[in-house]
Write a protein that binds this ligand. Sequence first.
Ligand code: RB5
Length: 147
Amino acid sequence: MKIGIASDHAGFELKEYLKGLLEKEGYEVIDYGPEIKKVVDYPDYAEKVARGIQEKEIKFGILICGTGIGMSIIANKFKGIRAARCCCTYDAFLARQHNDANVLTLGGRLVGKELALEISKVFLSTSFSKGRHLRRVNKIKRIENEK
Ligand code: RB5
């Protein structure tokens, strides 16, 4: 499965850590940057991953800033993106099962590396349950299409 990852400066180290370990888990990881640790603006990197999903280059995205909040705000502005900021594995499980989230956002200043890896693995391996949740996600899509 192809996934995208990006960060700002506050999430850079976690991005590098997750990228390597998720590749070892068998995921094909496209790194949307930055390539080196430098001060950048998180909206620019959220946009790259959101466009990657819209253009079907990747199925899921992982976006990391200091808190995960800025990345989630921006990612959720893009049509077809359902970004969830997750702080624990249960968040990640339900974001996939109930919300069919396609972008995970993490706080590089809040979540430890090992927990972030576990959250990512749960997010990437949990399926959407559909059923009543599909009806709700379809309502999100309807509202999105009104814009
Ligand atoms: C950068 O200092 C910080 O504001 C950013 O990483 C993020 O936490 C914003 O939501």
